[in-house]
Write a protein that binds this ligand. Structure first.
Ligand code: GUN
Length: 284
């Protein structure tokens, strides 16, 4: 039996239809949900991600503005810009596209964002709240992954989740979110010994290492759900994941494709967080 494909593209479309109504209702209440993205420099991948975010925002009725700053911008000038956005009542969500140039302290920049506008969910306050299970903005990729699993009613409580990768953006928070859902979570990374022995125990395997086809069917337990967070370019320029889809789909029960899997969900959860931020701004 081949695995059922979890289409992030289709689920994202469904969720965005719903968000259109939420954005419209907010507009009718006199609040235009507004996302400001700061893009520093000319990294082509970052530029492409930012234009994707902008396009998706517009489609569902979120105002989106991009502030472009040169590669040479000083850390102070960037921090000043964030302070202005923090106090601008029209702005509900602030996202600084990462990575930043080497002369800028990324963590300092993240911490300058008002947690009430932290739609990326990267601020230590957001992460801390997530750790203890309080309501907060969840980081978009992990939030998208959990939403995908739930959309297929894939059991989480009591299941063994194995996460490969320990980045602050994906690996660490996705494990934490699934722990909050009562999974048993194991983290693997570049220093892990006997990787295959561990991945073969996973009921849900999440792969976020950034290496083309790092995992194949030999690493997967029969019937597992496999979530591929990788976005890699092959030598021929094709977009591909961290999982060898063709061999994995023969073993897994569910699998996410690349492209059309986790990627569209990440943007969707950013839109969701922005709508949430706009809603909260009325409550305050
Ligand atoms: N760079 C790669 N992924 C992300 C993301 O989710 N948010 C931001 N701000 N930068 C990124």
């Amino acid at each position: 039996m081949t695995a059922e494909i979890i289409s992030g593209k289709e689920l994202a479309q469904e969720l965005r239809e719903n968000m259109k109504h939420e954005a419209k209702a907010l507009n009718q209440a006199g609040v235009s949900p507004h996302l400001t993205v700061i893009l520093v420099g000319n990294n082509p991948a970052s530029r492409s991600y930012v234009s994707g975010k902008q396009k998706a925002s517009k489609e569902i009725g979120i105002e989106s503005e991009v502030i472009e700053l040169p590669e040479t911008v000083s850390e102070d000038a960037l921090l000043d810009q964030i302070v202005k956005l923090n106090t601008n009542q029209r702005v509900h969500g602030i996202l600084v596209q990462l990575p930043l140039p080497d002369h800028i302290d990324e963590q300092k920049v993240i911490e300058a964002i008002d947690p009430a506008k932290d739609v990326d969910g990267f601020h230590p306050i957001s992460i801390g709240k997530m750790m203890i299970g309080e309501d907060t903005f969840l980081p978009c990729t992990p939030y998208g992954i959990v939403t995908m699993l739930k959309s297929k009613q894939i059991p989480i409580a009591g299941q063994h989740v194995v996460v490969i990768g320990r980045s602050n953006i994906v690996g660490k928070p996705v494990g934490q979110l699934l722990l909050n859902e009562h999974a048993t979570v194991t983290y693997c990374h570049s220093k892990t010994k006997n990787l295959k022995d561990i991945t073969k125990q996973a009921d849900i395997l999440i792969v976020a290492v950034g290496r083309e086809h790092f995992i194949n069917g030999d690493y997967i337990k029969q019937g597992a759900a496999v979530i591929d967070v990788g976005v890699n370019r092959t030598a021929a320029g094709k977009l591909t994941g961290d999982v060898d889809f063709d061999s994995a789909k023969e073993i897994a029960s569910y699998i996410t494709p690349v492209p059309g899997g986790v990627g569209p969900m990440t943007i969707t959860m950013l839109l969701q967080n922005t709508i949430q931020a706009a809603k909260e701004s009325i409550k305050q």
